[in-house]
Design a binder for this molecule. Structure first.
Ligand code: 13P
Length: 249
């Protein structure tokens, strides 16, 4: 059986003081949780994450990465820089980056490749908007989003990614996909991965669900056969809620 993975996406939230309280609360409350967990912090706080989380079971990562290795790219952060702060993960293709920064499938795939080249695990986000779901385009949209990544990476590289299904209409809205709705998309994504990497490897890959996952719906979502954990926004900013989700996994 695949282990579960619960990742907090802090988005553009936090301060040195708030992070210290949150992280110490998470570490103190983790106990013997079986699920693996991580937090993806804003880049300026990665040093703080390393300082407070090194040697604990909580991994850390970033929320975006440049496709470039170094050079004249003002404001960008290279994958090697994230690795320099011992990041394990980096989120790529979050819907907020797709929507507000015009990131398309090709760029997202190149970001996944840049992350892998630096030894990081990219968490590749896919998901449809409400209009796309209502127009019955969910399968086509997420299929194309993942498909571009699968074409860009070698099968060997694909075995090292994490996929996150985040229906855009469920993010920050309090609306969650029903477990059945989410499972349907997760099963489709796993079938698509299987074509690229084979059955055994596809069975090992983690596909996370994200979009208003909370302590009261986490267990039911993560009980679905193809839902291997969560990518948590709002509820990852409170230690008690984040811990409750980790313990539900
Ligand atoms: P919420 O959990 O706040 O809906 O955010 C989900 C998300 O976008 C995680 O990346």
């Amino acid at each position: 059986m695949r282990s579960k993975l619960v990742v907090g996406n802090w988005k553009m939230n936090g301060s040195r003081a708030a992070n210290a309280t949150l992280l110490s609360g998470i570490v103190a409350g983790l106990g013997g949780a079986k699920a693996a967990c991580a937090v993806c912090a804003p880049a300026p706080y990665l040093a703080q994450c390393q300082e407070l989380l090194a040697g604990t079971p909580v991994a850390w990562g970033a929320q975006d990465v440049s496709v470039h290795a170094s050079g004249a790219y003002t404001g960008e952060v290279a994958a090697a820089m994230l690795a320099d702060f011992a990041c394990r993960y980096v989120i790529v293709g979050h819907s907020e980056r797709r929507a507000y920064h015009g990131e398309g499938n090709e760029l997202v795939a190149r970001k996944a490749k840049a992350a892998l080249d630096a030894g990081l695990t990219p968490i590749v986000c896919v998901g449809e908007t409400l209009a796309q779901r209502e127009a019955n385009q969910t399968a086509a949209v997420v299929g194309e989003q993942l498909g571009t990544v699968l074409e860009t990476l070698s099968p060997e590289e694909v075995t090292k990614i994490v996929v996150a299904y985040e229906p855009v209409w469920a993010i920050g809205t309090g609306k969650t996909a029903t477990p059945a709705m989410a499972q349907e998309v997760h099963a489709q994504l796993r079938a698509q991965l299987k074509v690229r990497v084979g059955k055994e490897a596809a069975q090992q890959l983690h596909i996370l669900y994200g979009g208003s996952m909370k302590p009261d719906n986490a267990a039911e979502l993560m009980a679905q056969p193809d839902i291997d954990g969560g990518l948590i926004g709002g509820a990852s900013l409170k230690a008690a809620e984040f811990l409750a989700i980790i313990n539900a996994a």
